[in-house]
Every structure is written in C-alpha cells, then in structure tokens.
Design a protein around this ligand. Structure first.
Ligand code: NAD
Ligand code: TYD
Length: 355
C-alpha cells in the first residue's frame, strides 16, 4: 500500500497510529481525515504535521462526496477507519450521534471505497477498527471473548460498533471487498480525552477532586497500551488475511477499583504527596446503566498467525501514562476549554433528532 487513509487520526488511538505509520513507513503517504469533534485535536500530531508523507483533511466520514474526493485525489489504496464517537456514557445521553457517525459514517466510507475502487480489489484493503464491547459482558469468574463469540452489545455505543462491523463483513461477503476487522480491549496512554477513566482519575487526583467510581468498582476491563494497539493494527493491515477478524488484548485484567488505587499510588508518589493521600478522593457513585461486568480478550489468533504480542507491561505503561498527564497539564486544559464545551452543547443540547 502506498497511500493510506486513516480516519479519526486526530483522536486518541488514531494519533498514535498516524505517528507510528508516518515514522515507520516514510515511503507511504498517510492522509488523516478527521472531523475534529471535541475528541479530535490536531495538537496531538504537532510532532509529525510537517512531515512530507503526512496530510490532513478536515471532514466528516458521513460526507460521501468528500470521502470519494479524498480517496481519488490521494489515490488511496488502504483505509483504516477509526473515526467514531467512542464514549459509552455519551452514547447513553445521545445514541443518535453514535448511530450517525459509527453506523452511517462507516457505511458511507465503505460505499465510497467500493465506488472509487470499481471492484478492482488487488492491492486494496478496508480495515475497520472495532472494540471488544460488541461481545457483551462476561461473568467475573471466567471466560474470554474470541473471534467466534456471538455479538451481544448492551450500550448504544457497542450496538453502533457491532452494526458497523456487520456492514463491513457484508461488503466483504456481498461485493468481495477485501476487509479486516479488529476488536480491541480498553486502551490507555497519552492523549486520551479526560472523560475516560484513566486520564479523568489522574486529572482529578492532581486537582484534589472526587474520583467517581461507578457502582462498587468491581467491573473488570482488560487494558492494553495504545502503542501496542498501533503495532497490532500495523501487523494486521500488512499481514492479516482479508475477510478475517482479529481480537487484540493486553491479557491484563484489572477491576476499576484496583486500577484507581494503582493510579493513586503512582500519582501521589510523582506529586510528592504522602503515600495513599489521595485515597480519600475515591467516591462511589451511581452505577452506569447497563454496565458490562467484565471484558477479557483471547488474542491467541493474532499472536499465532502474526506473531504480535503486547510489549509494554501494565506497571511500566501506567507509570509512563501517569507521568505524561502530570507533565502535560496544558494539554488537558486545552482540550477541556471553550471549543470543547461549545461542541458538547451543540451536539448534546440539540433538539433536532434527524440523522
Ligand atoms: P476518540 O474519541 O479519542 O477519537 C475519535 C476521533 O474520531 C476524533 O479525532 C474525532 O474527531 C473523530 N471523529 C468523530 N466523528 C467523526 C466523523 N463523523 N468524521 C470524521 N472524524 C470523526 O476515540 P479513540 O478512543 O481513539 O477510538 C478510536 C477507534 O477505536 C474507535 O472506532 C473506537 O470504537 C475504537 N476502539 C477504542 C478503544 C479505546 O479503548 N479507546 C478500544 C477499542 C476500540
Ligand atoms: P471507560 O474509560 O469509560 O471505558 P469503557 O466504558 O469503554 O470500558 O470506563 C472504564 C471503566 O471505568 C468502566 O467499567 C466504567 C468505569 N468508570 C468509572 O468507574 N468512573 C468513571 O468516571 C468512568 C469514566 C468510568
């Protein structure tokens, strides 16, 4: 592949993926199409924005004409779709935005790729980045999701991602489009929007604000460092088998309350506070509606077929991540400033329900 379109490249995972590709493949042109919603921030890519093999297009994946123009003008042969509304709590507030971007946006991308590539699939690939949340929830006492686990989404977010996955498979099965899907567990690392558990907790520790833990904090997530996710996407895009799905996970399960305690231990130490000083900030709050109890991923297919493995241990990744958020307060302040609030009000405060 010579010219790769990454959608959602100004967001959390997308920015790490863009950086990884721009640096690792200097002969490959990376075009980043992003709408720059509240979650997208061009500053996440300030270190690569002047590279000759990088281009940015501001736009919406739902805009079929713009997507076609972008594919044609840049002779795109590979598409990696990360553009999405990604936060479960927001999806509970406004499912329509999730259906629009995650379902209709993915469909618009698929159809644009189909029309621009004219059924000449040689050397082409449509890669859709999805989540383990499509599989639903596991009991605390065992089991893992593998690629054959039945879809059973519970939140509007996971329902929208499940739906988009089905459309991607339908384009493979119906039109023969070469597609790939990966379903990954919870990511953590730098540049994650501070509405998600890890950056929110670190930011609240710094400001001595309450740390909201949903329910009793017993829910379990499998955590993977975002740079390991980027390496997995690279391996799958270049060496995965068309039509296949690959699960990606960190083999690193942790309950929310244990995770919050780990973050407190690291942050208190780095901030020079007494050990455990911030434990008093933990505040148990009303549980999330439909809160999935446990996610766990079996990524043995990816490990066996493509030789990928997570390379960053949880202890090392958490230390690096806490340090990054404490060192980059200006970044947190900028992404939670006026523009973000305006976007939030515009999207979540609107009365018009048409997609
Ligand atoms: P994010 O919310 O940080 O970033 C999403 C990006 O998409 C932003 O840059 C935003 O501006 C852009 N975007 C949103 N709507 C758009 C539209 N209509 N057109 C163009 N761009 C648009 O999300 P993230 O955490 O980086 O997740 C990226 C992808 O990975 C998503 O598809 C998500 O479902 C998936 N995923 C995330 C995780 C995780 O833990 N964060 C885990 C597994 C899978
Ligand atoms: P989150 O980071 O929103 O990711 P996801 O819902 O996609 O797994 O949440 C991670 C876990 O942390 C999830 O079980 C919900 C919980 N949580 C809290 O307890 N408090 C919070 O303030 C947030 C945002 C999440």
């Amino acid at each position: 592949m010579r010219n790769i379109l990454i959608t959602g490249g100004a967001g959390f995972i997308g920015s790490h993926l863009v950086r990884h590709f721009v640096e690792r493949y200097p002969d490959c042109r990376i075009v980043n199409l992003d709408k720059l919603t509240y979650a997208g921030n061009p500053a996440n890519l300030s270190d690569v924005e002047t590279r000759p093999n990088y281009a940015f297009v501001k736009g919406d994946i739902c805009d079929y004409d713009l997507v076609c123009r972008t594919i044609r003008d840049n002779e795109i042969d590979g598409i990696v779709n990360l553009a999405a509304e990604s936060h479960v709590d927001r999806s509970i507030l406004d499912p329509f935005v999730f259906a629009r971007t995650n379902v209709m946006g993915t469909l618009s991308l698929l159809q644009a790729a189909r029309d621009c590539w004219h059924g000449e699939w040689q050397g082409k690939m449509f890669y859709h980045v999805s989540t383990d949340e499509v599989y639903g929830a596991l009991p605390l006492d065992g089991g893992k999701f593998d690629e054959s686990t039945r879809y059973d989404p519970h939140s509007p977010y996971s329902a929208s991602k499940a739906s988009s996955d089905h459309f991607v498979r339908a384009y493979h099965d119906t039109y023969g489009m070469p597609t790939l899907i990966s379903n990954c567990s919870n990511n953590y690392g730098a540049y994650q929007f501070p509405e998600k558990l890890i950056p929110l907790t670190i930011n609240n520790i710094r400001h001595r604000r309450a740390i909201p833990v949903y329910g009793r904090g017993e829910n379990v997530r499998d955590w993977l460092h975002v740079e390991d996710h980027a390496r997995a996407i690279d391996a799958i895009l270049h060496r995965g088998r068309a039509g296949e799905t690959y699960n990606i996970g960190g083999n690193n399960e942790c309950s929310n309350i244990d995770l919050v305690r780990m973050l407190i231990a690291a942050a208190d130490r780095l901030l020079g506070r007494a050990e455990g000083e911030s434990l008093s900030l933990i505040t148990f709050v009303e549980d999330r509606a439909g809160h999935d109890l446990r996610y766990a991923i079996d990524s043995s297919k990816l490990q066996r077929e493509l030789g990928w493995r997570p390379s960053i241990t949880f202890a090392e990744g958490i230390e690096r991540t806490v340090r990054w958020y404490l060192d980059n307060e200006a970044w947190i302040d900028s992404v939670t400033s006026g523009d973000y609030m305006r976007y939030y009000e515009e999207v979540y405060g609107r009365r018009d329900r048409s997609i």
